[in-house]
Design a protein around this ligand. Structure first.
Ligand code: BGC
Length: 752
C-alpha cells in the first residue's frame, strides 16, 4: 500500500467515525471534567421499589446535585421524576438530564402474564402489543428506560428466573426478543410513548450450574453461539438501546468484567452501538468472585467495556484514582460516558429533559380499559391445556362447581414474580372471575390446603408482602372441609401450584413438584370420584408425573396477571378454546434436568424407551420428558397430513417453502400453533436431532381444513461450526411439521 492510500484510509475512517458521533454529545463531552464524566456512569436507586440486593443507594439527592449520577431507577410518577430531573438540570454545572429506568417485565400497572406464560402464546403480535402498552403506561409515569426483555435461555426449571424468560429455545426466544424490543422502542425513541429497552442478562445467566441462582456457568463456545446467544443478538439486531450484564462468570470471568463478551463479541462482532449497564452491584460482586478489591474490579469492568455501574458505586468511588494511577484511560471513561449521553440524546432528553414528564398522562394512559382487555386476552392465550379427561372441559355455565384451593380466592399471587410496578389489589381472583363469567353457576368455595405447610418456605417466599398464609385450622380440617364441599358438587375445580415468589429471582428449587400440602388435597379430591379439573399455577415447568396419571384435566395458567380470574374463567367455561404451547420441556423428574428438545443423538442412542445396556439412557427413568417442548392441547383436535416441500434440492442461499394440510377434526373452533423442526442429517459438528425453525398460529373452525405454508429461509439452515463461522453445509436435511417437538409429518430435501 502506498503512503498516500494509507493517508486516505486514515482520513476516511476518521470521517466515518466522526459521522457516527452526535455533534451535541461531542460538544458536551468536550466541556466535561473527568469527574463529571464518571458521574454519568453511576446508576442509583433511591428506594421505594424492590431492592434486589443487600445494598441500596444513599444520599441520592446530594449526589445528583453534585453531578455524580447519570440515571435513577425504581422511582416513578411525574412529580417524583420531575423533582429528580430538576436537581440534575438546574443544580449541576452542565445540566445534563438523568435517564429513568425501571423493571417493567410483564406490564407496568396493567400486569400481563409472566413472560414464560406470554411466550406460551407463540403470538408475536400479542407480545409486541403488551410491550407497547407497558411503554405507554410507564412513560406516562415518567420512565424512559426499561430493564427488559429478559431473554436468557433456560433449560433448567430449578432456576427460578425461568419465569422471567421465554423458555428453552433460541429460535422462539429470538422472535420474542425482537417483538419485545420493537414493542418498547417503537420506531421513534423520542416519542413520548416509547422507551429504551435493555436486553438482559448478557450472557448465559439461565445456564447457572444446577439451576442455583447467580451460580457459575461453564459452556463451550459452540453451545453459546448456537443455543444461548441468538436471543441477545436478535435484540441487538432489532436495535435495542442498551444491554445489561449478568451476575455469572463465563470462562472464569464474570460478565461485568469480561472483555471478550462486552467488547470482542458485543461491540466488535455484533456491532452493538448502545450502552452496557451492569446488573445490581454486579461490579462489586466481582470481589466475592475473587478478582480483587473494589478499585481493581471497577477498572476491570470499565476496561472490559461496561459503561454504567448499577448501585454499587465502584465506578464513582474508584475510577478517578485508577485514572490517576494510569489503570484506566481518559478515552475509556469518555467512551463510556459518550454512550450514555448518546442514549439520552436518542431519547430526546437533550431537546427536552421533561419530555416524559406530564402530570396529565397517568390518568389518561395508565390502566386504560382497553389495556385490561388485552391483559385478559393475553392471559387466555398463555394458558396451556396439559391434559383432557372425559371431556370435562369446558364446563357448562350453569354447573354446580366446587372451587377449591388457596390460590382460587387470592389476589396476592396473581401477578406473579417481578411485577413491582403492578398492584396486586387490582387483580381479579379466580372465584370472582367465575362469578363474572358464569353468573348462573352454583359455586361453593373451600381453601382445602395451605399453599405449603412448610413455615420456613412460607417465610422465605413472603419477601415482597405476604402471599402464603398458614391457616389457623389444621391441614386435616382444611382437607375435610374441601372434601365435603366437593361431594356436594358436580365437578371440582382445584387451583393448585406455586406461590408467586416460589419462582423468580433468588427462588431456585431442587424440588419442583406441586407442594406436598396441595398434592394431598388433589388426591383427596380425586378420591371423591367427582370429575376434577386442576388449574395449575407456576413460574416454571413442574414435575407433575403423579397428577398426569390421575383421572383429571389439567390447565396450566402460569401467573396470569391482573385479569387472572376473568381469563381463567373464559377458558374453563369455553369462551376461549386454549391454544398455548409449552416453551420449555417438562421433565418426568428432577434427575432428567437439564432437559430440552434439541438434544443430540449421541453415538449410542436408545432406540425405544425400553432400557438397553450400553445405550445412552437411565436405569430408573425414561429419556423422554413428561411433556415435550411445543406441547399443548385444545378442546378440539387437529390432524396433520400431506407435508410437502416446494423443492427437494436447493442451492446455497435459496429459500424453501413447505405446506401441510391441517384439519380441525373435533367439536370446537380453535387455534393451533403449527411447528416446523429441522434436522441437518450430516454436518461437520454433531447436529441436534431437531431444532425449531418455524411456526405459525392458525385458526380453524370446527370441521375446517386449511393448507398451512411455512418458509425455511436460507439462514435457517445455518449454524456456527467449529470455527464459529455461521454456515450451511451441503447435504441432506429432514423437516418435521406438527403439533409439538415430537412432530411426525416428515419430508426431506438436499442442499447442494
Ligand atoms: C436483576 C435485574 C434487575 C435489577 C434491577 C437485579 O437483581 O437481576 O434483572 O433489572 O436487579 O432491579
Amino acid at each position: 500500500m502506498t503512503y498516500s492510500s494509507v493517508v486516505v484510509l486514515y482520513f476516511l475512517s476518521f470521517f466515518t467515525q466522526a459521522q457516527n458521533t452526535i455533534p451535541e454529545v461531542e460538544a458536551l463531552l468536550s466541556k466535561m471534567t473527568i469527574e463529571e464524566k464518571i458521574g454519568q456512569l453511576n446508576l442509583v436507586t433511591p428506594g421505594g421499589g424492590i431492592a434486589t440486593g443487600s445494598v441500596v443507594s444513599s444520599n441520592v439527592e446530594e449526589k445528583i446535585k453534585a453531578g455524580q449520577v447519570g440515571g435513577l431507577f425504581g422511582i416513578a410518577t411525574p412529580e417524583r421524576i420531575k423533582k429528580a430531573q430538576d436537581f440534575a438540570v438546574n443544580k449541576t454545572r452542565l445540566g445534563i438530564p438523568l435517564i429513568f429506568g425501571s423493571d417493567i417485565i410483564h406490564g407496568y400497572k396493567t400486569t400481563f402474564p409472566i413472560p414464560l406464560g406470554l411466550a406460551a402464546s407463540w403470538d408475536m403480535e400479542l407480545l409486541k402489543r403488551t410491550a407497547q402498552i407497558a411503554a405507554l403506561e410507564a412513560t406516562a409515569d415518567g420512565i424512559n428506560w426499561n430493564f427488559s426483555p429478559m431473554v436468557d435461555i433456560s433449560r433448567d426449571p430449578r432456576w427460578g428466573r425461568t419465569a422471567e424468560g421465554a423458555g428453552e429455545d433460541p429460535y422462539l426466544g429470538s422472535a420474542i426478543a425482537k417483538a419485545m424490543v420493537m414493542g418498547y422502542q417503537g420506531d421513534d425513541l423520542t416519542a413520548e410513548n416509547t422507551m429504551m429497552a435493555c436486553v438482559k442478562h448478557m450472557a448465559l445467566y439461565g445456564a447457572s450450574e444446577a439451576g442455583r441462582d447467580y451460580n457459575s456457568v461453564d459452556m463451550s463456545k459452540i453451545r453459546m453461539y448456537n443455543d444461548y446467544f441468538p436471543p441477545y443478538k436478535a435484540a441487538i439486531d432489532a436495535g435495542v438501546g442498551s444491554v445489561m450484564t449478568s451476575f455469572n462468570d463465563i470462562d472464569g470471568i464474570p460478565a461485568s468484567g469480561n472483555k471478550w463478551l462486552l467488547t470482542d463479541l458485543l461491540r466488535n462482532q455484533w456491532n452493538f452501538k448502545g450502552f452496557v449497564v451492569s446488573d445490581y452491584t454486579s461490579v462489586n460482586e466481582m470481589i466475592a468472585h475473587g478478582l480483587g478489591d473494589l478499585q481493581a474490579v471497577s477498572a476491570l469492568a470499565l476496561n472490559a467495556g461496561l459503561d454504567m455501574d448499577m448501585v454499587g458505586e465502584g465506578f464513582l468511588t474508584t475510577l478517578k484514582k485508577s485514572y490517576d494511577e494510569g489503570k484506566v484511560s481518559e478515552a475509556q471513561i469518555t467512551n463510556a460516558c459518550r454512550r450514555i449521553l448518546e442514549a439520552k440524546y436518542k431519547l430526546g432528553l437533550f431537546d427536552d429533559p421533561y419530555r416524559y414528564i406530564d402530570q396529565k398522562r397517568p390518568a389518561k394512559d395508565i390502566l386504560r380499559p382497553e389495556h385490561r382487555k388485552i391483559a385478559r386476552e393475553a392471559a387466555t392465550k398463555s394458558f396451556v391445556l396439559l391434559k383432557k379427561h372425559n371431556n370435562t372441559l369446558p364446563l357448562k355455565k350453569d354447573a354446580n362447581i366446587a372451587l377449591i384451593g388457596d390460590l382460587a380466592n387470592d389476589k396476592t399471587n396473581m401477578l406473579g414474580t417481578w411485577a413491582p410496578t403492578g398492584d396486586f389489589k387490582l387483580s381479579i381472583p379466580i372465584l370472582e372471575g367465575f362469578k363474572n363469567v358464569a353468573p348462573n353457576a352454583k359455586i361453593s368455595y373451600a381453601k382445602g390446603a395451605n399453599i405449603t405447610n412448610d413455615s420456613i418456605m412460607a417465610k422465605n417466599v413472603n419477601v415482597f408482602g405476604t402471599t402464603v398464609v398458614l391457616d389457623k385450622r389444621s391441614p386435616e380440617e382444611l382437607l375435610a372441609e374441601a372434601v365435603a364441599v366437593a361431594k356436594k358438587a358436580d365437578v371440582v375445580v382445584a387451583v393448585v401450584g406455586e406461590a408467586k415468589e416460589m419462582s423468580g429471582e433468588s427462588s431456585s428449587k431442587t424440588k419442583i413438584q406441586i407442594p406436598d400440602s396441595q398434592k394431598q388435597l388433589i388426591r383427596a379430591l380425586v378420591a371423591t370420584g367427582k370429575p376434577v379439573v386442576l388449574v395449575l399455577m407456576s413460574g416454571r415447568p413442574l414435575v407433575i408425573e403423579e397428577e398426569m396419571g390421575l383421572p383429571v384435566s389439567i390447565l396450566q395458567v402460569w401467573f396470569p396477571g391482573v385479569e387472572a380470574g376473568n381469563a381463567i374463567a373464559d377458558v374453563i367455561f369455553g369462551n376461549y378454546n386454549p391454544a398455548g404451547k409449552l416453551t420449555a420441556t417438562w421433565p418426568v423428574n428432577v434427575g432428567q434436568i437439564p432437559i430440552y428438545h434439541s438434544i443430540k443423538n449421541t453415538g449410542r442412542p436408545q432406540p425405544t424407551e425400553t432400557f438397553l445396556k450400553f445405550k445412552s439412557s437411565y436405569l430408573d427413568a425414561p429419556n423422554a420428558p413428561l411433556l415435550p417442548f411445543g406441547y399443548g392441547l385444545s378442546y378440539t383436535d387437529f390432524e396433520y397430513t400431506d407435508l410437502k416441500v416446494s423443492k427437494t434440492e436447493i442451492a446455497q442461499n435459496e429459500a424453501l417453502s413447505l405446506s401441510v394440510t391441517l384439519k380441525n377434526t373435533g367439536n370446537y373452533d380453535g387455534e393451533e400453533v403449527v411447528q416446523l423442526y429441522l434436522r441437518d442429517v450430516v454436518r461437520s459438528i454433531t447436529p441436534p436431532n431437531r431444532v425449531l425453525k418455524g411456526f405459525k398460529k392458525v385458526f380453524l373452525k370446527k370441521g375446517e381444513t386449511k393448507t398451512v405454508t411455512l418458509d425455511l429461509k436460507a439462514e435457517d439452515l445455518k449454524f456456527y461450526n467449529a470455527n464459529l463461522e455461521f454456515v450451511a453445509e451441503p447435504g441432506d436435511f429432514e423437516v418435521f411439521v406438527g403439533t409439538n417437538s415430537n412432530a411426525t409429518q416428515k419430508a426431506s430435501f438436499t442442499l447442494k
